[in-house]
Write a protein of this length. Structure first.
Length: 314
C-alpha cells in the first residue's frame, strides 16, 4: 500500500450521495426509505441501477450492472460520495470489472462493511484511497441508526487532523495484549480478508494495524479463519490488532472454547498490542472507522486514535 493515501473531499450538507448495491439485493419497498434517511442527513441522493435489481436470487443485478454502478458513481462529477445499501455476497464478482484508473483519479467518500471489505481492500491498496468502514443504508440506517451510530459515522466522515474512537458509554474497550503501536489501519470482515489471500487484492498487513470483525461463525470457525491469516503470514509484522464485533460467534457445543478463549489461544501468544470488545461491525450500535489512515493504538489503556496524515483530494 502506498503510504501517500488520498483522503476524499469531506462531505457537506447539500452534497450528492450515490447509493449502490454491490452485493446482495434489497427489497424494493426499502428503496424509498433508504433515500429518505440519507436525505435526512442533509444530502441529495442518486439511486444506482443496481438498487432494484435481482440476479441469481442472491445478487443485486448481474455483475456488469453492479460494477457499472460503482464506476458511474465515481465518474460522475456531481456525485460527492458513495454509500453502499447492503452487503451479503457478490462484491468479489465485480472487482475485475471496475475501472481502477478512473476510481483512482476521482477519489470520493466510500462507505460500507461486511462483504464490501473486498472493495475496501481494492480501493485502499490499489487506488490509494481512504475509505470508511461504516453503516450501510438498508442494513443499518433505516432501522438501527441510533445516536451513537449516527454520531460516530458523521464524526468519522468529517474527521480533521485527528479523531479518537470511542465505544458506547456502556461498553468498555478491553485489553488482550498490552502495548502501544502505530500504523496504517487495514482490515474488515475476517472471512472476506481470509478469502482475499491468493488474489490480486490480497490483504497487506506488514507494519499495519489490523482490524477484524465477524458474524455468524462458531468459535472453531473463527479459530480456523485466524489460522488462515497466521499461516499465510498475515499476522507476521502486524503492529497491532483491533478486534471489533464478533456477533453470534458462539461455541457450537457446550465445552467448546469461548471467543475470548480463542483470542487468548491464537492471538495473545503473538505478543502484538491487541484490544477487543470494540463496537464496530455487524452489531447494534456500531461505530465507524477510516480505513487507510494512520492509527495510534494504546492497547494498555484501550485507546484508539486516528491521524489524518494523508494528502487531500481536489
Amino acid at each position: 500500500m502506498n503510504t501517500e493515501m488520498i483522503f476524499p473531499k469531506t462531505l457537506k450538507k447539500g452534497d450528492t450521495i450515490g447509493l449502490v448495491a454491490p452485493a446482495s439485493p434489497i427489497s424494493r419497498e426499502n428503496i424509498s426509505r433508504c433515500q429518505e434517511v440519507v436525505e435526512s442527513l442533509g444530502y441529495n441522493v442518486v439511486i444506482g441501477n443496481s438498487a432494484d435489481k435481482s440476479y441469481l436470487g442472491y445478487l443485486s443485478g448481474d455483475d456488469d450492472v453492479r460494477a457499472g454502478d460503482i464506476n458511474e458513481m465515481f465518474e460522475r462529477k456531481e456525485i460527492d460520495g458513495i454509500f453502499c445499501l447492503k452487503g451479503g455476497y457478490g462484491s468479489c464478482r465485480v472487482v475485475n470489472r471496475l475501472d481502477l484508473d478512473l476510481i483512482r483519479a476521482n477519489p470520493k467518500v466510500f462507505v460500507g462493511y461486511s462483504d464490501v471489505t473486498i472493495l475496501h481492500l481494492v480501493f485502499n491498496q490499489i487506488c490509494n484511497m481512504i475509505t470508511f468502514h461504516g453503516p450501510m443504508v438498508s442494513s443499518n440506517m433505516i432501522s438501527e441508526f441510533d445516536d451513537y451510530t449516527r454520531e460516530s459515522f458523521m464524526d468519522t466522515l468529517s474527521m480533521r487532523r485527528e479523531l479518537e474512537f470511542k465505544n458506547p458509554k456502556d461498553k468498555k474497550i478491553k485489553t488482550l495484549t498490552e502495548g502501544h503501536s502505530k500504523g496504517v489501519l487495514v482490515g474488515g470482515n475476517l472471512c472476506l480478508l481470509a478469502t482475499s489471500i491468493g488474489t490480486p487484492y490480497e490483504l497487506e498487513t506488514k507494519g499495519k494495524i489490523l482490524f477484524l470483525e465477524e458474524l455468524n461463525e462458531v468459535t472453531y470457525k473463527v479459530d480456523r479463519l485466524l489460522q488462515q491469516l497466521k499461516h499465510s503470514g498475515k499476522l507476521s509484522g502486524v503492529k497491532g490488532i483491533i478486534l471489533g464485533g464478533f456477533e453470534k460467534c458462539d461455541p457450537e457445543h457446550e465445552g467448546h472454547a469461548t471467543l475470548v478463549e480463542v483470542f487468548n489461544d491464537v492471538i495473545k501468544p503473538l505478543s502484538i498490542p491487541t484490544v477487543y470488545n470494540v463496537e464496530v461491525g455487524h452489531g447494534f450500535p456500531t461505530g465507524s472507522l477510516p480505513l487507510g489512515v494512520t492509527c495510534e493504538l494504546d492497547a494498555t489503556n484501550g485507546k484508539i486514535k486516528f491521524l489524518r496524515t494523508s494528502i487531500n483530494s481536489n
